[in-house]
Design a protein around this ligand. Sequence first.
Ligand SMILES: Cc1ncc(COP(=O)(O)O)c(C=O)c1O
Length: 429
Amino acid sequence: MQLDKATPEKLRQWEQSLASEYAGLASQSLSLDLTRGKPCAEQVALSAALDGILAGDYTTATGVDTRNYGGIDGIAEMKQLAAGILQVEAGEVLVGGNSSLSLMFQTVLHAYLFGFDGPDSAWSRQGQAKFLCPVPGYDRHFSICQQLGIEMLTVPMNADGPDMDRVEEMIKADAAIKGIWCVPKYSNPSGAVYSDRVVERIAALGPTAGAGFRVFWDNAYAVHDLGPEPAQLAAIMDCCRRLGTEDSVIQFASTSKITFAGAGVAFMAASAANLASFKRALGVATIGPDKVNQLRHARLLPSMPALREHMKKHAQIIKPRFDCVLEHLQAAFGNCDLGRWESPAGGYFISFYTRPGLAAEVVRLAAEAGVKLTPAGATFPYGKDPQDSNIRIAPTVPSVAELEQAMKVLIICVKLASVRQKLVTGKAF
Ligand SMILES: Cc1ncc(COP(=O)(O)O)c(C=O)c1O
């Protein structure tokens, strides 16, 4: 379908036949959901052995009774596993509760209200704080900034990470920029993996930035490879050590998409100074995390090789779902410019772009035909995609059969919206 070469007559014919196909699909009372990236039932079942795994033995290898209070930074076994995931030393890890998002919120809040380097370093005391947000990005990162009134500045996301020329330029020019959100491996939603050079440049940002600047390195998909050849991400803490910038990066991850999304284990890694500062504040809010759940996880996944085997089982379940979406997109739009997309090698999302100005309309049309998509704009700060073009597809929960149906609907909606737009504007895009 080459819209820009079509006559108005041809466009009207396409519109009519697409509209009748759309009406046919809409009459099927579908109820399909491609919105949130969460594991499907088969995936969470991979960790069913967590239930009862302790068999009455609640004591860690170093003799800690996990049922009791204490141990604000978590148990040694889980720190070891987290260190393997985040490519850091176990001593740089704090293991928390079930949610890394919650740790990120607490960390940003700590920097904002209390300051990592004492009260005077609190962002709230330094005027309007700003964050760099590579886009498209993760909506919940943006919500944290919005909640605290932190102004968000966008930077384009390339195939190898954020546009670093732009990032460096903006940071040098504006000392009010206090942070940057990064999802360095299988980024949400583009699937991009940061190149070694980008990681190195991010590790070097601290000294050029304003006081209190921190990189928020959310490695949520560190081990979530879809294929047999995992993408390699440079270890940012190693770069920081070489550059002497350890205090400028704080890392996060969790087992939410490894074991149970709602009952996993979250962790962070940071320099000794950052951890000590954060722990002082955390200790006011809690006497300690759920160490029983941490021990359960350490018993289920006692080593990185065990974790890798476990992740292969996840890939076996979800890879066919990703393939289904990508095959439909290729068949529908491979030879035309109605849509473009990224083919991720891991993570939880496929990022799709309509022609400018159509994402919201496509999401609306799909919803009316019974296919729920993430709201257009959700992948941008303040929910506003300036191009109105990006749609995040989350393929893990529906079955392949459901995805087949959902993709048929999505594709008709994209075609219909594109033809209608062309009929109205009449000009080439
Ligand atoms: C990039 C990213 N970070 C964090 C999370 C949530 O992590 P958690 O369940 O550990 O709070 C998600 C969930 O979709 C995510 O995509």
